[in-house]
Structures are given as structure tokens and as C-alpha cells.
Design a protein around this ligand. Structure first.
Ligand SMILES: Cc1cc2nc3c(=O)[nH]c(=O)nc-3n(C[C@H](O)[C@H](O)[C@H](O)COP(=O)(O)O)c2cc1C
Length: 225
């Protein structure tokens, strides 16, 4: 696939076929992703690639804790709730997704089902947890590097016909993930990526999210014209 086709065609997938993904293919994708640049080539990332019974235990543990009202226990700083333009964009993509799924604004059960789907990793056959070495905690370069490798991973997956969705929902109940994935204490849990063969009949998979304009994003300095 051409680079442009990968980047322009990729979108987050939230519905998957119940078919396994060969380990060799995931290894190939991780190998491509790990060509991502990192601060001083430190490569702070680790990947926990989870499927089958351990992933089902994570789905169950996440769901139980969410329904029991356990607070968010992600292991990195979250910042303030979104406001202004950021909030507008957050609401914008949520509206696109709910509209595609036919979930009305006042459909509490439908919304709850949708949220729980995220905590089940969208029922994907595979989940990749990205962690980083705790000794690097405190440097903003480290989450930046994890973002770089995650972006490379989702594009590499798409180039092989696989769908993904980077998500925080999968790591919000971090003790569950830590226990069932066997993550040691000297690593910080950063992000989760659900991965699998996209179910093309799942309406939300067709959603193409919007982007702000180049004029809003970029300032060109020193150019003529
Ligand atoms: C750091 C990060 C966290 C995200 N968390 C979630 C999440 O918890 N649940 C979800 O459904 N999507 C999540 N997403 C996916 C975004 O909603 C999605 O990337 C964005 O709306 C742009 O859409 P696209 O990926 O289809 O281009 C996350 C993406 C990133 C990069």
C-alpha cells in the first residue's frame, strides 16, 4: 500500500471479526512500528500482546470494576477536562460515532453499552498494551516516544489490512491489566491498542473523523508567499 493510502485510509475500528490474528503478522507489524524515532534513540517502549483467555480476564476485570464504580486509575497525568475547541472536537467525533451506531442522546442504555464495549477492548481478538520504563518517569519525551511508536503501529497494522483503535479505556483500570498481562512494577502502563480484522458491517468503522484545517494548525515562518 502507498503511504498516502495508509495514512488517509486509516481510521479507528471499534468492531472486529471474531478471527484470530497470526502471531507472525503481529511480530511483523511491531518490527515496523519500532522503526519509530525516539528521544536519543532510548526506545522506552514495551509491548504486551494479549489474546485468548488472558484478554478475556482483562475484559471481565475491567467491566466488573467499572460497574462497581472504581475510579479511573491510569498511571500518567491526565490534565483538566477538555474545554473550548478541544471539547468541541471531542463532542464532534462522539456525535459522529453515536449517529453511525443509531444511539440517541437520551438512550442511556445504548450509551452505557457503548462505553462498556471500550472497556472490553471493543471485543477485538488482540490487545497491545504499551508500557515504558519507570526510570524515565517525569520526562515528557517518554510519552511522546510512546505516541510515535503507537502511530507507527496503527499505520503498519492498517497497511496489512488490520484495524486498530488506540484507547485509554483499556488501561483505566490499570491493576487489572497489570495483573493479567504480568507487567512488572518497573514499567508504567501508558496506552492500550485494540487490534484485529475490521468488521466492515460495524457502522462506527465507517466514521471518518474530522481534522482542523492546515491554516489552524500550521504557522509558516520565513517563507515567501
Ligand atoms: C491517546 C488516545 C486515546 C484514545 N482513547 C480512546 C478511547 O478511550 N476510546 C475510544 O473509543 N477511542 C479512543 N481514541 C481514538 C480517538 O477517538 C481517535 O483516534 C480520534 O477520534 C480520531 O479518529 P481516527 O483514529 O478514526 O482518525 C484514543 C486515541 C488516542 C490517540
Amino acid at each position: 500500500m502507498l503511504f498516502d493510502d495508509v495514512v488517509l485510509g486509516r481510521r479507528s475500528c471499534r468492531g472486529y471479526k471474531q478471527e484470530p490474528v497470526p502471531r507472525r503478522l503481529i511480530e511483523e507489524i511491531l518490527g515496523l512500528a519500532m522503526r519509530a524515532p525516539s528521544s536519543m534513540n532510548t526506545q522506552p517502549w514495551h509491548f504486551y500482546v494479549i489474546t485468548g483467555e488472558p484478554l478475556d480476564r482483562i475484559r471481565r476485570g475491567n467491566t466488573e470494576r467499572i460497574l462497581a464504580g472504581h475510579p479511573d486509575s491510569r498511571e500518567f497525568r491526565k490534565g483538566q477536562p477538555f474545554a473550548g475547541a478541544h471539547r468541541d472536537r471531542q463532542v464532534g467525533v462522539a456525535k459522529q460515532l453515536f449517529s453511525a451506531m443509531g444511539i440517541a442522546r437520551d438512550d442511556k442504555d445504548g450509551r452505557q453499552d457503548w462505553v462498556l464495549r471500550g472497556f472490553r477492548q471493543f471485543d477485538a481478538p488482540v490487545c497491545v498494551i504499551i508500557t515504558y520504563d519507570r526510570v524515565l518517569d517525569g520526562s515528557d519525551d517518554t510519552p511522546f516516544d510512546c505516541g510515535a511508536v503507537a502511530t507507527a503501529l496503527v499505520n503498519a497494522a492498517w497497511s496489512r489490512g488490520l484495524g486498530t483503535v488506540i484507547n485509554s479505556q483499556g488501561i483505566m483500570q490499570s491493576p487489572v491489566v497489570r495483573e493479567h498481562a504480568g507487567i512488572p512494577d518497573d514499567q508504567v502502563i501508558m496506552k492500550s491498542i485494540a487490534l484485529g480484522w475490521p468488521d466492515d458491517s460495524f457502522p462506527a468503522n465507517a466514521v471518518v473523523s474530522e481534522r482542523k484545517s492546515l491554516d489552524e494548525a500550521a504557522v509558516f515562518v520565513g517563507f515567501e508567499g
